[in-house]
Write a protein that binds this ligand. Structure first.
Ligand SMILES: C[S@@+](CC[C@H](N)C(=O)[O-])C[C@H]1O[C@@H](n2cnc3c(N)ncnc32)[C@H](O)[C@@H]1O
Length: 274
């Protein structure tokens, strides 16, 4: 890390950002700012060095960022393999395309998955670490955070780690309540908070530009109470999932074919002749 070249790293993250689909605000897709992406990708890569990591949602593309930085030789650590689960086919396809284009597709698999559904059998209890930056749960008392965390916990084995990125501003009480309850949930599953970077990242969030998030790292220290099965989400847990009066009601976001990846859609501009 001593020789870490910030300019090259930002250019690498710029490759990743250029590849991302435009965020759908109704599903709380709100992207992290570029400088914080570099820091967060390096932080995740270091903490989950050589691990097999499952991402529960990753619109930000922290998974791709870490792998891209390593494959370009800008860092020499990072996950051994990543499984990216997301309900947005545009994000799944963009990740697959990028890994293929930069020739590291053997290091990542991206799959369609909705947290409403049980964890697939081949994923259940088999990964070394989970990572999630979920909907932050302002209007459902943090329930959406707990759902994403529980899916992450279902996906990992007994000796596991986790990383949660959620809202954290010490002067905004709901963020502190959700953070406390998330740490409690982790404790209930045998995890301790091994590290926390408070108030760390900024987002492209027009109506709350000062809202920051933290990175909370967990390590399982106590034997877990093993759940024997992963179940569909009960209806009451879907309420206000993405905001007030905005429940979890869609199975997938499907991508409509468009050969203009990374370019402005033709419906967004008009040309006037000389
Ligand atoms: C909710 S956003 C949180 C903000 C984060 N900065 C981002 O934009 O990625 C995180 C990811 O969760 C995904 N997601 C949202 N609802 C989901 C669901 N029901 N099942 C699986 N993934 C979901 C989104 O597509 C997005 O990639």
């Amino acid at each position: 890390m001593d020789s870490f070249d910030l300019r090259s790293a930002v250019n690498a993250i710029s490759d990743v950002m250029q590849n991302r689909p435009l965020p759908l605000r109704q599903f709380d897709q709100i992207y992290m700012k570029a400088g914080d992406m570099v820091a967060q990708a390096v932080f995740m890569a270091k903490r989950f060095d050589k691990m097999r990591v499952v991402f529960i949602g990753d619109g930000d593309s922290i998974a791709l960022s870490a792998l891209h930085l390593r494959n370009l030789g800008q860092i020499d650590f990072g996950p051994e393999h990543i499984l990216l689960l997301d309900f947005d086919e545009r994000i799944v396809n963009a990740a697959t395309y990028f890994a293929d284009h930069f020739k590291f597709s053997e290091q990542i698999e991206a799959r369609l998955y909705n947290v409403f559904d049980p964890m697939p059998d081949d994923v259940f209890h088999s990964w070394d670490a989970f990572y999630t930056n979920p909907p932050w749960g302002k209007f459902n008392g943090g329930e959406s955070v707990r759902v994403f965390m529980e899916r992450g916990i279902e996906a990992v084995r007994e000796q596991a780690s986790g990383m949660l990125v959620i809202a954290d501003s010490h002067d905004i009480p709901w963020t502190q309540d959700v953070l406390r309850d998330s740490q409690r949930l982790a404790n209930d599953h045998g995890f301790l908070v091994s590290e926390m970077i408070p108030e760390q990242h900024f987002y492209h969030l027009d109506d709350a530009p000062d809202l920051k998030s933290c990175a909370c790292v967990f390590r399982r220290a106590m034997p877990q109470i093993w759940g024997t099965a992963s179940l569909p989400l009960p209806d009451e847990r879907r309420l206000n999932f993405y905001g007030r009066e905005n429940p979890l009601r869609f199975k997938y976001v499907r991508e409509l074919p468009d050969l203009n990846r990374g370019r402005a859609p033709e419906s967004t501009y008009a040309l006037e002749l000389l």
